[in-house]
Ligand binder design. Structure first.
Ligand code: PYC
Length: 413
């Protein structure tokens, strides 16, 4: 048996497809340097090459491919936001998600399971109704449903009147889905590098050279790279890299924790969110329950897990699903979220001539990956932001023209 396996492994007939070619030598100049080899940076690289024919591109990352928030998020995709600008943007993301496995030639296991945001108070019901109306107005499928309909979708929820926070209704968003987050990064990386983009892991940006408002070179721990244009896509480190180039952004970085249970029988079909109870939960195809809640109450760059988070989350999760008292946890982890004052991202051009920004994603960077990649590539290629991201420009804070999305959050901040 062992010999047979070895023979099979050494045979060239079934060679495993590597995601990336071996790392090339770092060149002294590129047309575009992308800082950050997470989902967004890789998606932008893919679209620069595929849609705009720009392939002299280096994607740099101080760590390994998708080792930041791309691998740490909880893989939920949805478009049931609160503002027309947000709904339109995430709806384009949902359209792209639907064709993405095909586009990248990799099964991203997009699983359309529906998304329920529970309301436990009249004020929450009002917000859900508001969201449903904005969603419908933008052509997005969302509606307010009552406890009877919630029971049909998720009979395991405690819908009794005796619950400490009885469930009064929910915003139901049938397109809500999950996707395999690591595969998203691998797919984009493979497609981008197949077209000539270079991906340089373990290459840390240490500074920039500027001539006036133009960035002429990116300094790294592997040498200086002269650049035509630079795109920054470093979720969780946006202000640190921004400071190096001289860009100040109204961003506060906060750890966000999550955890996963041991696999159990299939019990929960939709994604369940309770903003008031700071809890969300869904079940993977393997049977694990993926759970999360509030961002940590203090800013910081740590990705350590805390007992405090686990205790708080579990107390609330058991109010929704009392059977969780019998379920063991398997793993707990954290990512870093860049919060803006209005809970919307910052995308587009910057006061620097050739430096573009993709930042401030808070708790929803993963779901925006395909649309952000496509639209940021367009911005970099044309030196002009497309209409769909105009509302998210950096200048909105100075104009007092914010895009308030706090009411659409699944996790408390
Ligand atoms: O916005 O759906 C969401 C979400 C879940 C976890 C973090 N963000």
């Amino acid at each position: 048996m062992a010999f047979g396996l070895l023979k099979f492994g050494l045979r060239r007939t079934y060679r495993a497809r590597g995601i990336l070619p071996p790392r090339p030598a770092l060149k002294s100049s590129y047309d575009v340097v992308i800082i950050g080899a997470g989902g967004h940076g890789l998606a932008a690289a893919h679209h620069l090459a595929k849609d705009h024919g720009i392939t002299e591109v280096a994607v740099l990352d101080k760590g390994y491919l998708a080792g930041g928030n791309t691998a740490r998020n909880t893989a939920i995709v949805r478009s049931n936001y609160l503002t027309p600008e947000g709904v339109r943007f995430y709806d384009e993301a949902m359209q792209l998600w639907r064709g993405l496995s095909h586009e990248l030639g990799l099964n991203l296991m997009l699983s359309n399971r529906g998304h329920l945001t529970l309301a436990h108070s009249d004020a929450a019901l009002r917000t859900m109704r508001w969201r449903a109306e904005v969603n419908k107005h933008q052509g997005v499928d969302s509606e307010l449903i009552d406890p009877g309909e919630i029971r049909k979708l998720c009979p395991q929820l405690d819908l009794s009147d005796e619950a400490r926070w009885p469930i009064l209704g929910a915003l139901y968003h049938p397109p809500g889905a999950t996707a395999r987050h690591d595969a998203v990064a691998w797919g984009y990386a493979h497609e981008a590098s197949r077209r000539g983009v270079e991906i340089h892991e373990h290459t840390e940006v240490t500074g920039f050279r500027r001539e006036g408002s133009r960035v002429t070179a990116v300094e790294t721990d592997r040498g200086t790279i002269h650049c035509g244009r630079v795109l920054q896509a470093v979720a969780g480190n946006s202000t640190r890299v921004g400071d190096m180039v001289g860009l100040r952004m109204p961003i506060r970085t906060v750890p966000l924790q999550a955890c996963v249970s041991v696999p159990i029988m299939p019990v929960i079909d939709p994604i369940i969110v309770s903003g008031s109870l700071h809890t969300y939960i869904w079940q993977t195809a393997r049977g694990e329950l993926v759970m999360g809640g509030s961002a940590d109450p203090y800013p910081g760059y740590t990705t350590r897990s805390t007992l405090d988070f686990k205790e708080g989350l579990m107390a609330h999760a058991m109010e929704l699903f009392p059977f969780l008292g019998e379920v063991r946890l398997n793993r707990q982890w954290a990512g870093m979220t860049d919060m803006t004052p209005d809970f919307s991202p910052i995308m587009g051009k910057t006061p620097l001539d050739n430096y573009y920004i993709d930042a401030g994603w808070g708790t929803w960077g993963f779901k925006a990956t395909p649309v952000c990649g496509k639209r940021m590539a367009e911005t970099v290629a044309n030196d002009r932001a497309p209409e769909i991201i105009h509302a998210f420009d950096m200048g909105r804070f100075a104009r007092f023209d914010q895009v308030g999305e706090r009411g659409a959050a699944s996790v408390g901040h």
